[in-house]
Ligand binder design. Structure first.
Ligand SMILES: [Zn+2]
Length: 321
């Protein structure tokens, strides 16, 4: 079996089974928010908090199909929450948790079927070849950027942004979900380079809160701490989920790139396939390292005013970009 090459990562079926086990364990439910291009269900696990009417927080993973490490961490977060383990028990007192282990199930399945081999674009993008994390509307009528990695208008490229914003069923389903439920905070999980990338903001109070949120995350990590990446000149609007969540859905949002820079680079040099350039050989080490960071981030964000309240209080507090 070629897929054995991807062990200990989960097949699409094993992922679905784990999600159901976690739903039972945490007395939650699996919500289908739509279907992928190829008709796969877009599934989110909703785990209730210890009281009714608690604010929801969201964790998405695998919007880039081959980044299986995010799925492992998301499931680890759901498990800690279901077991009310450590600080996750405290989170359960304050929020309900929504976990989407794969925001791009067609590419997850393709990556699995091809045992992690193939072109980056076909493992990362959805079945239309669109990079879903470049398919969200740009906030504030921002212009698209020419910088590398910020999104391409060419089909076949790994960062192809699609014919128009929200053209894809996967991104559009997430947008609808976020319109229906006011999530207080979101963490969107990616692979490699050990960084925390907050939504791009131009007002000083939000910028300061993101600095604090990233620090809170890193402090709670058990072994390796991630750095915040918020270089204002590089970080232009690119149609990423976090920016849309912050500016349109009024939700604190970060992208987390799992695995440290050093571990990523060491593995990168001798990776037999794109899959092993992105995913660590020992996912559990990073699940254990990063889940406490996620929990601490959510706990902190739950105590912040919503982004729009800050902007209203400080309308002129712009950071020059
Ligand atoms: Zn990614």
């Amino acid at each position: 079996m070629k897929q054995a090459e991807l062990a200990p990562y989960l097949s699409p079926e094993a992922r679905a089974t784990q999600l159901r086990e976690l739903a039972n364990q945490g007395k939650g439910e699996i919500v289908e928010i739509g279907q992928s291009v190829l008709g796969r269900p877009l599934e989110i696990l909703r785990l209730p908090g210890n009281k009714p009417e608690l604010p929801p927080v969201l964790c998405t993973a695998d919007i880039h199909g081959l980044e299986f490490i995010g799925t492992q961490v998301a499931l680890g977060l759901a498990r800690n929450f279901a077991e009310a383990k450590d600080q996750a028990g405290l989170l359960r007192e304050q929020a309900e948790l929504w976990v989407m282990p794969s925001a791009n199930p067609d590419a997850y399945a393709r990556t699995w079927e091809q045992a992690g081999r193939g072109k980056l674009a076909e493992l990362r993008c959805n079945a239309h070849g669109v990079d879903l994390n470049r398919n969200f509307p740009l906030p504030h009528q921002a212009k698209t950027s020419w910088l590398p990695g910020t999104g391409s208008s060419k089909k076949g490229k790994a960062t192809y942004r699609g014919p128009k914003a929200l053209s894809e069923p996967e991104s559009s389903a997430l947008d609808t979900l976020m319109s229906r439920y006011q999530f207080t905070a979101s963490a969107n999980l990616h692979a490699f380079m050990g960084t925390i990338i907050p939504a791009r903001v131009t007002d000083k109070p939000s910028y300061a809160h993101y600095k604090d949120l990233a620090k809170t995350f890193a402090k709670a990590q058990t072994k390796t701490r991630y750095r915040r990446l918020a270089l204002r000149h590089f970080d232009v609007f690119t149609g990423e989920l976090e920016d849309h969540q912050h500016h349109v859905h009024n939700c604190w949002a970060i992208c987390v790139e799992h695995q440290s820079v050093f571990a990523s680079l060491r593995q990168h040099l001798r990776a037999p396939s794109p899959f092993w350039r992105f995913n660590p050989r020992q996912p559990n080490r990073w699940v254990e390292n990063d889940v406490p960071g996620l929990v601490a981030y959510f706990l902190r964000a739950l105590n912040l005013p919503p982004p729009d309240a800050l902007q209203a209080a400080h309308p002129n507090a712009k950071i020059p970009s």
